[in-house]
Design a protein around this ligand. Structure first.
Ligand SMILES: [Mg+2]
Length: 254
């Protein structure tokens, strides 16, 4: 299985293709754009039986966690509830060993931001598809790419007034409360079994996965970027979700 070294790391003289070692590694997997191809709308993604089988097999033999911007409920509706370890909404929701913990902010500004957004929707001034994830509000504009600047302007305006953070992803701008990132989620998992003591590998495609790549490297592991080469903290790259499936399958077969 060929894993390409990213341009930022071409100085590495022997970019060994790191095969997955199910006994040694801890796998942290993003979902959209990493395990499944991105769809026009978040609920239109296709999860194949082959992917479900692959993930279930990996889950039984290695330390595996899903780290997504989606809610845990959403991930479980797509993949089933057999996974013991999931980070949802960029780490705001954590499922450890089957138990879900949510970071419930007592004075979250999210409901106020949501009310503002609903007002914009009523006046036909919100071009994005709005997803309320509790700890965050995701403004999806994949169906209306020309609205990007307007969506960004609205998001920044509300974020500034409500004290929220803006998190940009692929065709989505998120308003999020609190400081959590996918890197924090990875580090939290790494402190607990079955992850502790293993070498972390973060696989992701989006800008928000860069925190995960950085955390994996800080913990002695590495990141694998999915998609076209870009400036990244990941040490390696795979072309698309199909290449990720093949890489995972090869590790499983060893
Ligand atoms: Mg992704």
């Amino acid at each position: 299985m060929r894993v390409q070294s990213t341009p930022e790391h071409t100085h590495v003289s022997t970019p060994a293709s790191p095969a997955l070692d199910v006994l040694k590694h801890a796998l942290f997997l993003d979902f959209d754009g990493t395990l499944v191809d991105i769809a026009d709308r978040p609920h239109a993604v296709i999860v194949s039986d082959a992917l479900r089988t692959l993930l279930a097999a990996l889950h039984t033999v290695t330390a595996l966690a899903l780290i997504s911007g989606r809610t845990i409920a959403d991930i479980q509706s797509l993949l089933g509830d057999q996974f013991a370890h999931i980070a949802g909404v960029h780490g705001h929701e954590m499922k450890y060993g089957g138990e879900i913990r949510r970071d419930e902010a007592r004075h979250s500004p999210i409901p106020f931001a949501a009310a503002e957004i609903r007002a914009l929707q009523r006046n036909d001034r919100m071009p994005a598809l709005v997803e309320d994830k509790g700890a965050s509000l995701a403004l999806h504009y994949r169906h209306a790419p020309r609205a990007e600047q307007e969506v960004r302007r609205i998001a920044r305006d509300i974020a500034t007034r409500r004290g929220l953070r803006v998190l940009e992803g692929k065709m989505v701008i998120e308003l999020i409360s609190g400081p959590h990132t996918k890197g924090d989620a990875l580090m939290n998992f790494m402190r607990t079994p079955p992850f502790a003591g293993r070498t972390p590998i973060m696989i992701g495609d989006d800008i928000t996965d860069e925190h995960g790549f950085r955390a994996a490297r800080a913990a002695g592991g590495f990141g694998i970027l999915v998609g076209a080469a870009r400036k990244t903290e990941a040490a390696y790259r795979l072309d698309d979700p199909a290449a990720v499936h093949a890489w995972l399958q090869a590790g499983l077969a060893q």
